[in-house]
Ligand binder design. Structure first.
Ligand SMILES: NC(=O)c1ccc[n+]([C@@H]2O[C@H](COP(=O)([O-])OP(=O)(O)OC[C@H]3O[C@@H](n4cnc5c(N)ncnc54)[C@H](OP(=O)(O)O)[C@@H]3O)[C@@H](O)[C@H]2O)c1
Length: 285
């Protein structure tokens, strides 16, 4: 299959591209050579390359930054997604788009299903939801994959942040009132590879199995690996104590049953993936 990956040099893109390249002819574009906010460029490029599938992993992902720069958030996450949808529709390409758990407000007591009503709490979530709406309106042959709490070798992520803090701080204060499912970019790449072979359309929730709070995630990271072998005090705190610019949902765990039924299997538990990620760091991978 001819596949065009946008945002191919981001955290997910850098794992996704080699994974797909083993089986498909993959073209990679990112902001330096291909800005998704430029409609004419998007349309020309898709027409020239003529891919069967376009995977849009390009986004403005700085959640707090989106609060102070909503213009940029909507330009990339909403209008950018619309441009890609228009390019795909005009060239009969399937569009696979990455979206987020932050489209939900987190007030649900159970995991969110695809059809649950979204209600974003922050600009990032609003801009990503607007992107979803554009895609649904413009192109029938689309798959929107909502995922969350990504960690991977090629980007700034929570695991590395905790390991760094553990090297220089006696105490780390971590929020314990937001719950989600940490998701390894290698596993998400596997899922996207599998979904390329399926005819699914609409929205799909895809994360690693299991859920935790950020505090529990940090505790697991330090249980698995404490590079300086130091005693670090982990202190659970509330989101209000941390006071970040963007509000985050309390419970944004995603129900992945639709994905599991489609693929005939679950994603592996996040703790297993974390172990592999940390082992890879020791090997220098
Ligand atoms: N990270 C998470 O925890 C998370 C959670 C839920 C959903 N997602 C979604 O998953 C997807 C991949 O996330 P990620 O963590 O891999 O993000 P990432 O590391 O920030 O990668 C996104 C890539 O898109 C590029 N980009 C930004 N603006 C662009 C533009 N106008 N045109 C073309 N490319 C542009 C970025 O370049 P620069 O780096 O130079 O800006 C970056 O290379 C995104 O759709 C994101 O919304 C991520």
């Amino acid at each position: 299959m001819k596949v065009l990956v946008l945002g191919g040099r981001g955290m997910l893109g850098k794992d996704l591209v080699p994974f797909l390249s083993a089986k498909h002819q993959v073209f990679v574009r990112d902001i330096d050579d291909f800005n998704i906010t430029d409609l004419e460029r998007v349309q020309n490029e898709i027409e020239t390359l003529s891919p069967q599938v376009v995977i849009n992993a390009a986004a403005y992902t700085d959640v707090d930054g989106c609060e102070s720069n909503p213009g940029m958030a909507f330009s990339v996450n909403a209008e950018g997604a619309r441009n890609v949808a228009l390019g795909c529709a005009a060239n009969k390409a399937r569009m696979i788009h990455l979206s987020t758990d932050y489209v939900f407000d987190g007030s649900s007591l159970s995991p969110y299903r695809e059809e649950d009503p979204p209600n974003p709490l922050n600009v990032y979530g609003l801009s990503k939801l607007q992107g979803e709406h554009y895609i649904q309106k413009i192109i029938q042959n689309h798959l929107i994959i909502r995922t969350q709490w990504l960690f991977g070798r090629h980007g700034k992520n929570f695991v590395d942040t905790i390991l760094k803090l553990a090297e220089r701080q006696e105490e780390i204060r971590i929020v314990n009132d937001q719950k989600g499912s940490p998701t390894f970019t290698i596993d998400l790449s596997w899922a996207i590879g599998g979904l390329l072979e399926k005819e699914a359309t609409g929205i799909l929730h895809v994360t690693n199995a299991g859920a935790c709070t950020w505090y529990e995630f940090a505790r697991q990271i330090l249980q698995e690996r404490n590079p300086a072998k130091r005693k670090v005090q982990l202190t659970p705190i509330s989101s209000t104590e941390l006071s970040r610019p963007a509000k985050r949902p309390a419970n944004s765990v995603l129900d992945c049953h639709r994905f599991e039924n489609l693929m005939g299997q679950k994603m592996r538990p996040w703790k297993e993936s974390l172990k592999e990620y940390l082992a890879g760091k020791e090997d220098g991978k």
